[in-house]
Design a protein around this ligand. Structure first.
Ligand SMILES: [Fe+2]
Length: 241
């Protein structure tokens, strides 16, 4: 069943954000991911001013509880050290001073989300500064940033400064027609580095599966391996694929 897939954007840790509500639901999500061919995940609970910002201790203890439950249930999904989905807001800007925002395990890359309607000022320059500091910014669900990604030559520039992720569900046709059409056009233009489930509950896997089918059909089997296995590993290591 394993296809060596690795998910670097999902909300599988129990009780931390608007993702899985308890360990039972997390185990069910993990079981579904294994069925889809995943071996391991890097959880990314929200980090957002005024809503969810679980601390390092809270994230680690949720991960430990889930690992224990998966072992008891015999579900072979590796839960790596939790990262976070950092909204580019005042909390992120505050943490930027000491680079204290949550990062992936290698500390070389970190996940970012933007307000859908408005990109931060001087975005490209800011992203480049992270690269100069030795870190790789990873942009979540770029298909939602309709203004930012309307000009594909601008997206080409972004591709040199950050790793760009797309949600599988959007490729599968979910999330409104503008968003899913943008996701597909970006993927067909080769402007996406990796695809993720962004799963909040087991129900989200149906749409993720639709996205996997779309990739196989329109981009080919090799693209599925590249976007769900090879490239996520490069991103975790801090490289732009
Ligand atoms: Fe997310």
């Amino acid at each position: 069943m394993s296809r060596g897939f690795i998910d670097i954007h999902l909300h599988i840790l129990p009780g931390l954000d608007d993702g899985c509500v308890d360990v039972e639901q997390s185990v069910e999500l993990a079981r579904g991911l294994v069925e889809l061919g995943y071996d391991e995940v890097h959880p990314t609970p929200h980090q957002k001013a005024g809503s969810w910002a679980p601390s390092g201790d809270e994230r680690e203890s949720a991960a430990t509880a889930l690992r224990d439950a998966l072992e008891d249930a015999g579900v072979a999904l590796r839960i790596n050290a939790p990262a976070g989905e950092n909204m580019w807001d005042e909390l992120f800007l505050e943490r930027q001073v000491e680079a204290s925002f949550p990062k992936y395990a290698s500390e070389k890359s970190f996940l970012l989300e933007l307000h859908p309607a408005q990109a931060p000022p001087m975005l490209e320059q800011r992203l480049f500064e992270f690269r100069l500091a030795g870190r790789l910014p990873v942009l979540a669900h770029v298909e939602r940033y309709l203004d930012l990604t309307s000009d594909f030559s601008r997206v080409e520039g972004l591709c040199e400064r950050a790793a760009l992720l797309v949600n599988l569900a959007a490729l599968g046709g979910r999330g409104g027609w503008r968003v899913h059409r943008r996701a597909r056009k970006l993927a067909q233009a080769g402007l996406i580095h990796a695809a993720t489930t962004d799963a909040h509950s087991p129900d989200d896997l149906r749409d993720a599966f639709a996205g996997m089918r779309w990739i196989e059909k329109h981009l080919g089997e090799a693209a599925l391996e590249r976007l769900l296995s090879h490239n996520p590993r490069r991103i975790l290591a801090g490289d732009i694929p």
